[in-house]
Design a protein around this ligand. Structure first.
Ligand code: SAM
Length: 269
């Protein structure tokens, strides 16, 4: 029977490698899932791909697995960061979980002028990203950063990284991302494809043979962006102001919608 359980471990993986389990993992495998010696699980650690492993020792508080063979190589996501202003706890958890599933390379909670929360539990959010990777079959786990001020992040913005700025003030405008030899910019009115007979904008898929380069998506808090933030974000040379359609979305919905658009247009979908 093929191994169904996938487990993230902080240990090197390779043929014949022994992997010790911590107390929580041992409890889960042997207490909750009732696995015994000889059972098999799949392991990944974010760098060595996915490995099939045998249970070599099983105890209540500890255990050891032995790697048998690699079942997947490491699959890196595109270099996409998700910047979002934390909202209520469950909704913030949702954003982190979905970002990990949808292929964010790094998740950066940011404090904006109207951000509701002043602190986050980084360790808890990182655990959500790990759980999401375990269940979605990913071999990579995005790093979740600690909360930082958006203004400071923009002060030190890495050269060459493009920003997809989701601005609720653009609601109803049909801006789209357009690829230009790896770079991208919002589409001007005159360049947009004509609307179809059904009134919808035809799907636009730029050639994906070029690498998208480094990108970040920015989603604001429940209160939206302040005018000062909006002015700064519009003026940045690497910023691409984007509308997410004719309705204002909640921040958690907006994060999923923006990642879908980006992945479909420039990413690995
Ligand atoms: N309170 C704000 C308002 O009424 O204008 C709405 C903020 S919205 C709940 C949270 C974030 O989702 C926004 O800051 C933006 O980043 C994103 N967002 C939601 N709907 C959007 C849309 N239609 N276009 C672009 N961004 C949107």
């Amino acid at each position: 029977m093929s191994a169904k359980i996938r487990l993230y471990v902080e240990h090197p993986l390779g043929a014949g490698q022994s992997v010790p389990l911590d107390r929580g993992q041992a409890h889960y495998l042997f207490g909750v899932m009732r696995m015994t010696v000889g059972g098999q699980v799949k392991l990944f650690n974010g760098t060595d791909g996915e490995w099939l492993a045998d249970v070599a020792q099983a105890g209540k508080r500890a255990g050891v697995l032995t790697c048998v063979e690699q079942t997947k190589p490491l699959q890196m996501p595109p270099d996409l960061w998700l910047l979002f202003a934390p909202i209520k706890k469950a909704r913030t958890d949702f954003i982190v979980e979905k970002a990990a599933e949808m292929g964010a390379a790094r998740i950066l909670p940011v404090q904006t002028d109207f951000t509701n929360s002043e602190r986050i539990r980084q360790d808890r959010l990182q655990a959500h990203a790990i759980e999401a990777a375990e269940q979605c079959g990913g071999t990579y786990v995005p790093q979740v950063d600690d909360l930082q001020k958006l203004s400071r992040l923009l002060d030190d913005w890495p050269e060459g990284r493009q920003l997809m700025f989701c601005d609720e003030a653009e609601v109803g405008n049909a801006l789209q991302l357009i690829a230009q030899g790896g770079a991208s910019r919002p589409r001007a009115e005159a360049e947009r494809p004509p609307m179809g007979a059904d009134g919808r904008c035809p799907a636009y898929r730029p050639g994906k043979e070029t690498q998208p380069g480094s990108w970040a998506i920015l989603i604001g808090p429940e209160g939206g962006f302040s005018e000062a933030e909006r002015k700064r974000l519009h003026a940045l040379p690497y910023s691409h102001v984007v509308s997410l359609g004719p309705r204002i979305l909640r921040a958690d919905t907006a994060a999923v919608a923006a990642m879908t658009l980006w992945q479909q247009t420039l990413g690995d979908w």
